[in-house]
Design a protein around this ligand. Structure first.
Ligand code: ADP
Length: 398
């Protein structure tokens, strides 16, 4: 049976069709600029890419085009929509209502709607994707997989902020964490690679991409993570500030005469690697600029690695030791210099990197620590779509 995985953004929609017999991706693609001029679909199947330019006014038209393309006589991969056994939706915020994936019902949709406050940019788009699929394929079961779900095992000492407790009671202000499907996938895979049960391991999972977060995974369960109420907390990222002194918000709003919305954009879109370097949010651009002698690009990279290292140390302390450090996502899988910079100096913890081997590893599952390293350092490509597809197939009883 085949599962369609949907990741709906406010003006974009990504999809993968996965054959659950062998977990192979049969087709994948994305649509940009939904509701805007110049919307188009890029579809990849059988090693070929097809681009379809068509005005799509809403998510329903977008899903319709995805289904037409998947069943198209020329570039399609299935003969009819009936071959799609279920649809799995990525949902960014599950609040404290969803600790695992769920089959989508009207009641679940209502619960998701009640969480819009917590993720005003993401959840409405996810809900639009769900509504569009429901309209176009009303009889196909759907499952919601939440970025926050894996982190619901965190204890209160990890998720309660140092502000009046009423903010938690009244408005559910607390740490939630994100990238949960990725941390769940790579930490489980890490245990498999090391031939251990997840219960036996303390893992620090480093999801380093455009958005980055680190999770302390103790015995297969999340104990703590760097992102918080929203995905801006923790590490400085491509364009997000990460941890800052909250007092600088008022200070800079006064100095720059900014509104709260301008401040929000400043911290989310103009900060992090981009803000520090003044060059780019992309680590490839930063490395090139640093190599060419740009000091601020080098500083941005150094700050990033220093922060990754600090959290690895903090989480080793929180878990009472660490058995494995995992690197995943765009930067973690590909950028050997960032990986090396993030673990240099952690020999005291028992983490020794094989630097020569590390240099050669890009996007491939590999243990990059030395044979005698007590702490294993492992590169594992993440696969959030597969997590969504597996949960969907299970919950839809495929
Ligand atoms: P997200 O899903 O958060 O948008 P990704 O996990 O796809 O991000 O990571 C994107 C980032 O990964 C890019 O901004 C880029 O900096 C980095 N990246 C991708 N490939 C490489 C590479 N070969 N070397 C260094 N960095 C890379």
């Amino acid at each position: 049976m085949k599962v369609l995985v949907i990741n709906a953004g406010s003006s974009s929609l990504k999809y993968q069709l996965i054959d659950m017999e062998n977990e192979a991706v049969i087709a994948k693609g994305g649509i940009d600029r939904i509701g805007l001029e110049g919307s188009k679909l890029k579809h990849k199947a059988n090693g070929e890419e097809t681009v379809i330019e068509k005005d799509m006014h809403n998510h329903e038209e977008a899903i319709q085009l995805v289904l037409e393309t998947l069943t198209d006589a020329k570039v399609g991969v299935i003969s009819s929509m009936d071959e799609i056994g279920a649809v799995g939706h990525r949902v960014v915020h599950g609040g404290d209502k969803f600790a695992c994936s769920v089959k989508i019902t009207d009641e679940v949709i209502e619960m998701m709607e009640s969480l819009i406050d917590l993720a005003p940019l993401h959840n409405p788009a996810n809900l639009q994707g769900i509504a569009a699929c429901k309209a176009v394929m009303p009889n196909t079961p759907m499952v919601g997989v939440f970025d926050t779900a894996f982190h619901q095992t965190m204890p209160a000492i990890s998720y309660i902020y140092g502000i009046p407790y009423e903010a938690y009671e009244d408005f559910k202000v607390r740490r939630y964490g994100f990238h949960g499907s990725s941390h769940r996938f790579v930490s489980a895979r890490c245990a498999e690679i090391l031939g251990k049960k997840p219960e036996e391991l303390n893992i620090v999972s480093c999801h380093l991409g455009n958005g980055s977060s680190i999770a302390a995974v103790k015995g297969g369960k999340c104990l703590d993570t760097t992102m918080g109420l929203t995905p801006i907390e923790g590490l400085p990222m491509g364009t997000r500030c990460g941890n800052i002194d909250p007092a600088l918000i008022r200070f800079l709003m006064n100095k720059y005469n900014m509104t709260i919305d301008e401040m929000d954009s400043y911290l989310n879109k103009k900060s992090g690697m981009l803000g520090i370097s003044g060059v780019s949010s992309d680590f490839r651009d930063l490395s090139a600029a640093a190599e060419a002698g740009n000091k601020r690009a080098q500083l941005a990279l150094d700050i990033f690695c220093y922060n990754v290292k600090k959290f690895i140390g903090a989480y080793a302390a929180a878990m009472g030791g660490v058995d494995a450090i995992v690197f995943t996502a765009g930067v973690g899988e590909n950028d050997d210099v960032v990986r090396a910079g993030s673990v240099t100096g952690l020999e005291f913890l028992g983490a020794k990197m094989n630097y020569e081997l590390n240099k050669t590893v890009h996007g491939k599952e590999t243990i990059v620590s030395t044979d005698d390293s007590a702490v294993k350092i492992v590169v594992i490509p993440t696969n959030e779509e597969l997590v969504i597809a597996r949960d969907t197939a299970e919950l839809a009883n495929l």
